[in-house]
Write a protein that binds this ligand. Structure first.
Ligand code: KIV
Ligand code: NA
Length: 264
């Protein structure tokens, strides 16, 4: 199939076709997801936890992201490839541009994603004006775990207005996509309705333009207590290919996320 482009993703938003996204960290999982019809593959810095075994994403380096981006790209034929900028690799807009250069050059990423609201608007503009497609990650920002003291739902109460404003400012700065993590479903719906670019949710309810999950979570490969929004597609599917295809189908027809996966 023809490779997915940013304009395809924009068209999917305007036509109401849900965008199915998953993380991948290597060529075999990338190829599995590509066969299943995943639209966007994210080389997430979640690799610090699920691949490297750390308790947060903080220790992940630019070299790690470049390596995993390159080997993931090698498995893709159709899906659009987005790669995370790791912790403090975008502390200034100049750092961000240099990191994005490595991820798009050596790492073959087609878009970069980094965390932060209004404070990142200037960096988003700097990259966007120079031809770097940007996804702005707001809501829960896992790289801030040591400031936040844990992972929890964001955007409750007064914080909702700030987040709505952040999304607007980031879009105006040139963000081509917004990723919204762990927010009440009503806030996910409102930010999506206000946005002119696709909004991809994780724990952000059913009304975002697309969904993303960590691939090992949909395959039941992550033991222990799981976040509310995680669904194991392997139980019913039986094979990796069927599980990935079921995930894509469930996102496309709105069966995932169900009410029990959302925060109120
Ligand atoms: O690193 C990651 O996997 C992510 C997704 C969970 C959105 O940023
Ligand atoms: Na991430």
């Amino acid at each position: 199939a023809r490779p997915v482009t940013l304009s395809d993703l924009a068209r999917m938003k305007s036509e109401g076709e849900k965008i199915a996204c998953l993380t991948a960290y290597d060529a075999s999982f990338a190829a599995l997801e590509d066969r299943a019809g995943v639209d966007v593959v994210l080389v997430g810095d979640s690799l610090g936890m699920v691949v490297q075994g750390h308790s947060s994403t903080v220790p992940v380096t630019v070299d790690d992201m470049v390596y995993h981006s390159r080997i993931t790209a090698a498995g893709l034929g159709r899906a659009f490839l987005m790669t995370d900028l790791p912790f403090l690799s975008y502390a200034t807009k100049h750092d961000a541009l240099a990191t994005a250069h490595r991820l798009m050059g050596e790492g073959a990423a087609q878009m970069v994603k980094f965390e932060g609201g209004e404070i990142q608007a200037d960096t988003v503009e700097h990259l966007s004006m120079r031809g770097v497609p940007v996804c702005a990650h707001i809501g829960l920002q896992p790289q801030l775990v040591h400031k936040l003291g844990g992972f929890r739902v964001q955007g409750r109460g007064d914080a909702a207005e700030t987040m709505i404003r952040d999304a607007k400012l980031l879009e105006e700065a040139g963000a081509d996509m917004i990723l919204l993590e762990c927010v009440p479903a009503a806030l996910g719906a409102e930010i999506t309705a206000n946005a002119g670019v696709p909004v991809i949710g994780i724990g952000a309810g059913p009304d975002t333009d697309g969904q993303i999950l960590v691939v090992y979570d949909i395959l039941g490969l992550s033991p222990g207590r799981k976040p509310r929004f995680v669904k194991n597609f392997m139980d019913d599917a039986g094979t990796l290919d069927a599980a990935a295809a079921d995930y894509v189908a469930a996102v496309k027809d709105g069966r995932y996320p169900a009410p029990e996966h959302a925060f109120s």
